[in-house]
Design a protein around this ligand. Structure first.
Ligand SMILES: *[C@@H]1O[C@H](CO)[C@@H](O)[C@H](O)[C@H]1NC(C)=O
Ligand SMILES: *[C@@H]1O[C@H](CO)[C@@H](O)[C@H](O)[C@H]1NC(C)=O
Ligand SMILES: *[C@@H]1O[C@H](CO)[C@@H](O)[C@H](O)[C@H]1NC(C)=O
Length: 595
């Protein structure tokens, strides 16, 4: 809504500087940061401690807010102490930490403030809806409102004594009722929110309806139910435009509006979604693609790598829908404790419905470009059959890489049995990046040590299936770290592109020390992975390569690889000063001075 984004950023920075007391000196933070090779430079993290689900992301009064599940007492999950951490940003890139928005202090949340969302009410007041774990360890739904709605930072929240607004229903067990969505308004003018539950033994997404946001009544039928009786957490129901990338308000309806239902499954720890029809008279959702029995785990995946508990919000400033998600650690709890923190948020992604109407497309928000500094030298040919070319001129452990591979001929594509289409993870494990092939494997080797003993391969392979072609995308973590006890799976997913028509495929990869987020085919397939390279711990820098281990030629028709500056992300959660990019620049200057 603000006419000038730069002005908004300037105001945000100004407010942060003005309203937060300055404390510890920045140089000590810079030193601590350079010693911590796993810590990220532009992904959202609190300064310390445990974080998990993103909660209540919202654009309010010219500022972005991200609340998140936070344990203020340590680096491990501790449900009884879960609070809502709170950070604000003018640009989704640089973040200032505020005090907790919610702490488990009331009878209706004494054992934890679990996940929830923010809804902007018609008078402009933001309202939090969240799950409390009450004094009797029951999951109940509560509201909270800003103590001072005129505070642009929304620092303090009041939890009315009349909570919970939705107690535990009789047919729902105490542990299975949580994660209310942002509320929306139906045709009848009443509010609704959706929530996860196991109701009468069936894993379901329920809908509640209210005229006043306080008295809520459960709808007879669930929005959707899965016969598998598994609790599906963190539901998100949101409208998407049938055509185009513009984001819609939660209450949007009518011609040209489709809906997406997304859930997170605790048994597989993955996020799933379906595109479908939301009936706002019955409050039911019907997926377009019937994948049998309503089993959420057969729906499409938000990310083919590893992220969880994703949540979207409408960014009303740029009219786009933006997704956040928790990305956990993949080394040991002892490592978390030693580092003093655990968990990242994925880089915020704009998302919209693909032209075909069947799946979402996700793409890093364009504000990431404000961090771009040096650009890598150009590069064209990578010889087939084991060709490797280094991308030089940038620090590649903090980079944004955008590459297009042109495939002159599909003649050498290997044949694949159609029965293999259902398990791309297994296919990527079997046909890893270090093997040879026909058309592919080709792609990137990231966070590679000089001797190549450590590297993470993000790559494609093209297969011929009967008379058609399929593009497989993989992230092979098997050599990502020589450290013991690290979870190093191989992630796989097919990319929904017409390779015969395009004869090219794009790959965008964000590399940030211990996270590698990849977007294949313009964001049609996304893959997030965590890496813990030992060569960096030992003080060596990482290399970035383009490779082609297939026998068919592949041309690099575009390679834009940018080194990214460090964003200022919650640098000091004791209320320290953060001023947009200037703090990061200060850190870099000091690093140069001391080297
Ligand atoms: C919360 O953390 C404190 C400090 O670590 C601990 O003493 C307490 O037992 C925790 N509370 C719960 C409910 O787990
Ligand atoms: C992180 O996720 C992976 C994959 O689901 C899982 O194996 C691992 O236990 C999780 N780690 C932690 C610390 O929760
Ligand atoms: C290409 O394949 C060969 C043979 O399997 C292997 O030795 C080599 O490491 C592979 N190259 C890459 C970049 O993985």
């Amino acid at each position: 809504m603000a006419a000038n984004p730069l002005a908004t950023l300037a105001i945000a920075v100004f407010l942060i500087c003005l309203l937060l007391p300055t404390s510890s000196s920045s140089s000590s933070i810079c030193v601590a940061r350079t010693q911590d090779h796993v810590r990220t430079a532009f992904h959202f993290q609190p300064a310390k401690n445990w974080q998990n689900d993103p909660n209540g992301p919202v654009y309010y009064n010219g500022m972005y807010h991200l609340f998140y599940q936070y344990n203020p007492h340590g680096a491990l999950w501790d449900v009884g102490n879960l609070s809502w951490g709170d950070s604000v940003s003018g640009d989704l890139v640089n973040w200032a930490a505020l005090g907790n928005a919610l702490d488990p202090t009331a009878p209706f949340d004494a054992n934890g403030c679990a996940s929830g969302s923010v809804t902007i009410l018609p008078d402009g007041t933001p309202a939090i809806l969240y799950s409390g774990i009450d004094a009797d360890r029951r999951q109940v739904q509560n509201v909270a409102f800003p103590k001072n709605p005129r505070d642009p930072l929304l620092r303090e929240w009041a939890k009315p004594a009349y909570n919970p607004v939705v107690p535990l229903p009789a047919d729902v067990s105490a542990n299975d009722f949580r994660d209310p969505t942002t509320a929306w308004v139906g045709r009848d003018g009443l509010w609704r929110f959706a929530i996860s539950a196991v109701a009468d033994g069936v894993g379901a997404t329920l809908v509640y309806r209210s005229a006043d946001f306080l008295r809520w009544e459960r709808r007879a039928a669930p929005l959707h139910a899965s016969q598998d009786a598994v609790m599906a957490e963190c539901p998100d129901l949101f409208p998407v435009a049938a055509r185009g990338a513009e984001g819609l308000d939660a209450s949007a309806r009518g011609a040209g509006v489709r809906h997406v239902l997304k859930v997170s499954m605790p048994d597989t720890l993955e996020d799933y979604y379906a595109v479908g029809t939301y009936d706002d008279a019955a409050d039911t959702f019907t997926p377009d693609e019937d994948c049998g029995g309503g089993d959420y785990r057969r729906w499409r995946r938000i990310d083919r790598g590893h992220l969880y508990a994703s949540k979207t919000f409408l960014d009303a400033r740029r009219m786009r829908r933006v997704l956040w998600a928790w990305v956990n650690e993949s080394d040991s709890e002892a490592d978390d404790v030693a580092r003093g923190w655990s968990g990242l948020q994925s880089f915020p992604r704009a998302l919209w419905l693909d032209g075909g109407g069947k799946q979402l497309v996700q793409w890093p928000v364009e504000e990431i470009e404000t961090l771009r500094t040096r650009r890598a030298a150009p590069l064209q040919e990578v010889e087939p059959g084991g060709g490797v070319r280094e991308v030089t001129g940038i620090v590649s452990s903090q980079a944004d890489v955008d590459v297009v591979f042109e495939i002159p001929s599909l003649r050498r594509a290997e044949g694949l049995d159609p029965g293999r289409l259902h398990d791309p993870d297994a296919l990527c494990r079997e046909k890893g990046g270090s093997l040879t092939g026909g058309v592919g494997p080709f792609g990137l080797l990231v966070m590679a040590s000089g001797d190549m003993r450590e590297h993470t391969a993000v790559f494609f392979r093209v297969f011929r299936i009967l008379h058609e072609y399929a593009v497989l995308m993989c992230t092979d973590l098997s050599r990502s770290s020589t450290k013991a006890g690290v979870y190093k799976p191989t992630h796989g997913g097919f990319v929904d592109v017409d390779i015969e028509k395009d004869m090219s495929i794009s790959l965008r990869t964000l590399i940030d020390h211990s996270i590698v987020e990849s977007f294949g085919g313009g964001g049609r397939t996304c893959m997030t992975a965590r890496v813990y390279p030992e060569h960096v711990a030992a003080g060596s820098s990482s290399h970035l390569y383009v490779f082609n281990n297939g026998s068919a030629a592949v041309k690099v028709s575009k390679l834009e690889a940018w080194e990214l500056a460090s964003a200022s992300v919650n640098v000091d959660d004791d209320g320290g000063l953060m001023a947009g990019g200037s703090f990061a620049n200060m850190c870099r200057a000091e690093e140069y001075n001391s080297s």
